[in-house]
Design a protein around this ligand. Sequence first.
Ligand SMILES: NC(=O)C1=CN([C@@H]2O[C@H](COP(=O)(O)OP(=O)(O)OC[C@H]3O[C@@H](n4cnc5c(N)ncnc54)[C@H](OP(=O)(O)O)[C@@H]3O)[C@@H](O)[C@H]2O)C=CC1
Ligand SMILES: Nc1nc(=O)c2c([nH]1)NC[C@@H]1CN(c3ccc(C(=O)N[C@@H](CCC(=O)O)C(=O)O)cc3)C=[N+]21
Length: 275
Amino acid sequence: MTTFIDGKAVALRVRAQVAAEVATLSRKPGLATILVGDDPASAVYVAGKRKAVREAGMRDLHRYLPATVSQGQVAAVLDELAADPGCDGILLQLPLPAHLDPGALIDRIPAGKDVDGLTTHSAGLLARGENGLRPCTPSGVIELLASEGVKMRGAHAVVVGRSSLVGHPMAEMLLHHDATVSVAHKHTTDLAALTRTADILVVAAGVPHLIGAEHVKPGAAVIDVGIHRTPHGLTGDVRTTELRGIAAQVTPVPGGVGPMTIAMLMANTLRAARR
Ligand SMILES: NC(=O)C1=CN([C@@H]2O[C@H](COP(=O)(O)OP(=O)(O)OC[C@H]3O[C@@H](n4cnc5c(N)ncnc54)[C@H](OP(=O)(O)O)[C@@H]3O)[C@@H](O)[C@H]2O)C=CC1
Ligand SMILES: Nc1nc(=O)c2c([nH]1)NC[C@@H]1CN(c3ccc(C(=O)N[C@@H](CCC(=O)O)C(=O)O)cc3)C=[N+]21
């Protein structure tokens, strides 16, 4: 039996809880999403985040900047939001146009407002296992595993991908939950041999349909982070239908990790506002 994990349902639960707590606050938390340029996928994601902000009873402090904006102009917007006491969280949507330096811009976000968990400061707190704001997508994956009762302690977790947005923080968080963690990337020599040893397999490679039946140990939990827009709709990095009867749990795309990313962003914004 293979369970399809309903990320949308778990996400709605998290968001309802955040909204209930927001309703008790004397001041509404404010989240600033910053969208630079006209990448259509980014526009969809930011629209989803803004809708969640409104539904949580928070203030939407969205900023749009044209693709031609300079590094200095983006920095000025970030500095203004950093100084604004009504702004509790700042999210700079990635990817940025190629002439901008994302690392330098992200690091202008004060640690207390870093609801995306992507600054050098937040990454350092995660590496040291200290309290801080954590990246939303890997937090959402941990939440999904916990909600399904998947045991992390002592499990062999394999993370495919090592980006600072997903794979790397994912591996660190699984390590903090006492999993034994392996991280695969483009130079991994035999991907299938490694992934077949995984009790928990998190795939964030950005390669459509990379992972199939030949990569999965019977009884494993398989989490598909990948998102790709095709003429036939959204698809992930995992050939999910092949895993029926093999994996114990799999996440669908859409309706798996994506909605959790947005839910954890709401949770992080509430946390940032409380501090
Ligand atoms: N559902 C959600 O909420 C989110 C979904 N995503 C999606 O997740 C995917 C990954 O995103 P992101 O981490 O930003 O992507 P990146 O392109 O930044 O990173 C991809 C990682 O996968 C590794 N990789 C690529 N090809 C292979 C391969 N054939 N075998 C093993 N490893 C490989 C790369 O290795 P190397 O380091 O060697 O180059 C790299 O570390 C994308 O599809 C993205 O759209 C992203 C964020 C949130
Ligand atoms: N600074 C930054 N922070 C991010 O968190 C960030 C980012 N940049 N860049 C791009 C990725 C991608 N991402 C997603 C968010 C929601 C869905 C989501 O809601 N997906 C729905 C489908 C929505 C749809 O696309 O129609 C689902 O999977 O069911 C997906 C992906 C956040 N990212």
